[in-house]
Design a protein around this ligand. Structure first.
Ligand SMILES: Cc1cc2nc3c(=O)[nH]c(=O)nc-3n(C[C@H](O)[C@H](O)[C@H](O)COP(=O)(O)O)c2cc1C
Length: 232
C-alpha cells in the first residue's frame, strides 16, 4: 500500500496492517481537534433483541486506544440495549464525521468491563451525573418528568446531599457517590472495522479489516487482521 495520491486527488487510505485501530484513533483525534461536532466520540450502537429485531442508539466512546482490542462505552445494565446484549452479545457501531467526509463501521462482541474499571470511570464523573445514574432506571417508562425529579431528590437525601445544593447551580459543593451496581461499562471487542473516506464524484475509498475473536474468560483472544479494499 502506498501513501500516494489516488487518481482523483483524494489522499489514499493508508493503514498499518497490523493495527487498524491506530487509524480509528487518528480519525477520532482529527474530529476532536477539528471540533467538527459537539460529540466527536458519538457512536451509533446497534443491538439485536431475542427476536432478532435490531435497534440503534447513540453512545459515547471512552478511552479509545489502539493499545486495546476493544472500545468502551458506559450505560445502564438494565436498559433496553443491555437486555439485548444479555441475549445476544453481537453489536455494530458506526461513526460518521460529516465535515471530514469519513465513516467508520465497527462490528464485534460485547462484554461487561471489569468492575474496577467502571468504578474508576464513575468516580471521575461530576456528582450530579453520578446522582442521575442512581435516579434513572434507563429505558423504563415514567408517568411524567416530575417523577424523575422526585427520584433525584429522594436519592440525594439518601446520600445526604442537601436539596438546596441539588437545586442550585453552585459548583463549590463537592461529593462523590459510589457506582450503582446497575451502571457500568461495556467493551465492544472488534472483529471488523471498515474505513470509508469520501472522494470526489463519489469515487470513495473503502478499506475493510477482519479477524476472528474467541471468548476466553473475561477477554477475547484476537487473530491477525486481514484487509481488503471494497468498491464504493
Ligand atoms: C450525543 C448522545 C450521547 C449519548 N451517550 C450515551 C451514553 O454514553 N450511554 C448511554 O447509555 N446513553 C447515551 N445516550 C442516550 C442513548 O442514545 C439512549 O437514548 C439510551 O442509552 C437508551 O437506549 P436504550 O433504551 O436502547 O438502552 C446518548 C445520546 C446522545 C444523543
Amino acid at each position: 500500500m502506498s501513501k500516494n495520491k489516488s487518481l482523483n486527488n483524494n489522499k489514499q487510505l493508508f493503514i498499518e496492517p497490523d493495527n487498524p485501530l491506530k487509524l480509528v484513533e487518528e480519525w477520532l483525534k482529527e474530529a476532536t481537534d477539528g471540533k467538527v461536532q459537539r460529540h466527536p466520540n458519538a457512536m451509533s450502537l446497534s443491538t439485536l433483541n431475542i427476536k432478532n429485531k435490531v435497534s440503534s442508539r447513540i453512545v459515547l466512546i471512552k478511552n479509545l486506544s489502539s493499545k486495546f482490542d476493544y472500545i468502551t462505552f458506559y450505560t445502564n445494565y438494565l436498559s433496553k440495549k443491555a437486555e439485548d446484549l444479555n441475549s445476544n452479545n453481537s453489536a455494530a457501531g458506526l461513526f460518521h464525521w460529516d465535515k471530514l467526509g469519513k465513516q467508520i463501521r465497527i462490528e464485534g462482541c460485547v462484554m461487561r468491563s471489569p468492575e474496577e474499571e467502571s468504578d474508576n470511570y464513575f468516580a471521575k464523573r461530576p456528582w450530579r451525573s453520578q446522582l442521575n445514574a442512581w435516579a434513572s432506571m434507563q429505558s423504563q417508562p415514567i408517568s411524567s418528568q416530575d417523577y424523575l425529579e422526585k427520584e433525584r431528590i429522594k436519592k440525594a437525601k439518601t446520600f445526604g446531599i442537601p436539596e438546596k445544593e441539588l437545586l442550585s447551580k453552585n459548583t463549590d459543593y463537592d461529593i462523590s457517590l459510589p457506582r450503582p451496581s446497575y451502571w457500568g461499562g461495556y467493551r465492544l471487542w472488534i472483529d471488523m472495522i471498515e474505513f470509508w473516506q469520501e472522494g470526489k464524484d463519489r469515487y470513495h475509498q473503502r478499506l475493510k479489516f477482519k479477524r476472528k475473536i474467541e471468548p476466553k474468560g473475561e477477554i477475547f483472544t484476537c487473530s491477525q487482521w486481514v484487509s481488503e479494499y471494497l468498491q464504493p
